[in-house]
Write a protein that binds this ligand. Structure first.
Ligand code: SF4
Ligand code: SF4
Length: 148
């Protein structure tokens, strides 16, 4: 079982690499991600871009927000993760579980057809819009929408 999972991860990451190398994907799944404080502290020298804001996600995790809304540990040129060995669980599972599907690669690690990529991107767009609406409605500061 462990071997099958490892093989799938390797296949997925190979396809992911080719999506980036061919410019189909710009590595945009590496956005604002909650990361354990201890991981941030031990890897502080690997930060690629200084975040402009740091928010506490809960008592153990922080969300670091950069100007470009990408993760501070993402190498903007190579699109590599500077803390690959220490990356959070959410990053390890990205694309491999139903609620975190990659728009470009299916859960078997195969490249999606262009029509399916467009469909997944549309779904992702709706999901993000819905999350923003929930945040706006629950935000005590109604100016939130104007600050985006
Ligand atoms: S969105 Fe998909 S293809 Fe792009 S970097 Fe993330 S996992 Fe790879
Ligand atoms: S920790 Fe690494 S894999 Fe996770 S979002 Fe940041 S750069 Fe991407």
């Amino acid at each position: 079982m462990k071997e099958i999972k490892k093989e799938l991860r390797e296949k997925f990451s190979k396809t992911c690499r080719s999506m980036i190398l061919t410019g189909v994907c710009k590595g945009t799944c590496c956005g604002v991600v909650p990361i354990k404080k201890e991981i941030v502290i031990i890897n502080h020298n690997k930060i690629q871009v200084k975040p402009k804001e740091i928010h506490y996600f809960d008592s153990k995790k922080v969300c670091m927000i950069c100007e470009d809304m990408l993760c501070p540990f993402l190498n903007r040129r190579t699109r590599d993760c500077a803390i690959h060995e220490d990356r959070p669980e959410i990053c390890r599972n990205y694309g491999l579980i139903p609620i975190l599907q990659c728009p470009y690669i299916n859960m078997k690690g195969n490249k999606r057809s262009e029509a399916k990529q467009r469909r997944q991107l549309r779904l992702l767009g709706h999901e993000i819009d819905n999350k923003i609406k929930i945040m706006e409605n629950s935000s005590p500061n109604k100016d939130y929408a104007n600050r985006r």
